[in-house]
Design a protein around this ligand. Structure first.
Ligand SMILES: *Cc1c(COP(=O)(O)O)cnc(C)c1O
Length: 434
């Protein structure tokens, strides 16, 4: 569920008319609903009942400082994957003492930064990485808290680019090497074993792969608890969201109207499948959701440039492009596109929705059906709050888009559209060309 809805004919985010935001800040602009993020956070926590659960929001999904601060205020820690993300959490006025640091290629500087700021644990992906962490911690005269990421070798049944729990992926260490890895790590002077971790992929729409992975790891986790006194088991992120019917899925009755086996994975079903498996461990459980917390809490506003009637094909050219929202071009992802002003008296239009970038891949959707719209009218791409702005770039020298956060009837721009001067600030003409 989410808080984007039509009030009369106009699409609102919470109590704010999205067209007003587009008029004030221009387009393309991302708009996020703080209320939806809070709802998602609380609903996921509640789904695990009395279990000792901490949510570490995967900051890479949407790392705007305001979003990070909002989750810190809600009580979240963070799942961080770079020094830049550590610095973002600090810049947002939060600390990283309840956060974890993941990723296969942590540099010495990033490890030092995490130690300096009291990271809760490093999620270690290989033995050479562990040796590096031990070395950096040794130089500082401290012991680094770590958990190994274990690859359970299960198929997450999701897009190939975001499946991470198969044995042929670059992530984690194989289950059969886990005991030996912990034993070797226990002998290192500057390492302290704190937990165990898994993360099998993103945009999972069924609970079964999560449950299969947890079940595979349970005997190991119990053994590490006995042998090494570990404190927590992180089961990663990956909970999927609704893309195809995104607007309608905002309403509770949309979920209830669907037969149970055709309902996308809910946090309640996720909690019900995993809670009973985890409870007997008596360990703290970490969750690392990214997409689930922010995905349906954001839209990308765009303006129609032209309706171009081609040979047997219509092209709706909009002012957002693949540099602003790359998921369709990169993963073939679906983002529902809806008008900000709904007018049922208009004829239907079937068109490809495309951006201005000089690439055929710059297409948000083929043969989309929507009401007829013309130049200057506004549209929203739904479910764009995760891996939207976070993956935006400047291809075609297009500036990074603006971001706005809404809470109730309040809203503020939380990231101004990039200027040309900012875009080129680090560039110069070398002396030998002058
Ligand atoms: C990306 C990532 C997550 C978050 O994944 P979502 O699908 O956005 O929930 C969590 N943990 C790790 C280690 C990740 O790399």
């Amino acid at each position: 569920m989410h808080r984007f809805h039509y009030a009369g004919a106009d699409l609102h985010c919470e109590s704010v008319d999205l067209a007003a935001i587009a008029r004030l800040y221009g387009t393309p602009t991302y708009v996020y609903s703080a209320g939806t993020m809070a709802d998602n956070y609380r609903r996921l926590l509640a789904a695990f009942g009395a279990l000792d659960v901490r949510i570490c929001y995967a900051a890479k999904a949407n790392s705007n400082l305001a979003v990070l601060r909002h989750f810190a205020n809600l009580g979240a820690g963070f799942d961080l994957v770079s020094g830049g993300e550590i610095r973002r959490v600090l810049a947002a006025g939060a600390n990283v003492e309840t956060s974890v640091f993941a990723g296969v290629g942590k540099t010495e500087d990033e490890i030092a930064l995490a130690l300096e700021n009291g990271i809760h644990a490093f999620h270690v992906e290989s033995e050479p990485e562990l040796a590096r962490i031990n070395h950096v911690a040794g130089k500082r005269g401290v012991a680094a808290p770590v958990a190994f990421r274990i690859n359970p070798d299960v198929d997450a049944l999701t897009h190939a680019k975001i499946t991470t729990g198969k044995s042929d992926s670059k992530f984690g260490i194989p289950l059969r090497q886990a005991v030996a890895a912990y034993e070797a790590a226990a002998k290192l002077k500057h390492i302290r074993l704190r937990g165990v971790q898994m993360h099998i992929g993103s945009q999972l729409t069924a609970a079964a792969p999560f449950a299969a992975a947890v079940e595979k790891l349970l005997p190991l986790v119990a053994r590490l608890q006995a042998d090494h006194g570990i404190e927590y088991f992180s089961i990663g992120g990956g909970l999927g969201i609704v893309y195809e019917d995104a607007l309608a899925s905002g309403a509770a009755d949309w979920w209830e109207s669907r037969p149970e086996d055709r309902r996308p994975l809910t946090p309640e079903a996720y909690g019900a499948a995993l809670g009973p498996l985890l409870e007997p461990l008596g360990l703290k459980i970490l969750l690392e959701p990214g997409r689930f917390l922010t995905g349906n809490a954001g839209v990308l506003l765009t303006r129609v440039e032209h309706l171009k009637r081609g040979a047997g094909r219509n092209f709706l050219v909009v002012d957002a492009a693949m540099n602003d929202l790359v998921r369709p071009a990169m993963y073939g992802s679906h983002h529902e596109c809806v008008p900000l002003h709904r007018d049922s008296s208009r004829r239907a239009l079937v068109a490809d929705i495309v951006g201005p970038v000089c690439e055929t891949g710059d297409c948000f959707g083929r043969d989309r059906r929507l009401q007829e719209v013309g130049e200057g009218e506004l549209l929203a791409f739904m479910s764009a709050g995760a891996y939207g702005f976070a993956m935006a770039g400047r291809y075609n020298s297009r500036p990074l888009p603006a971001e706005v956060l809404v809470q109730g009837s309040a809203f503020e721009q939380v990231n101004a559209r990039e200027t040309f001067e900012q875009m080129t600030a680090g560039e110069k003409i070398p002396a030998f060309l002058q």
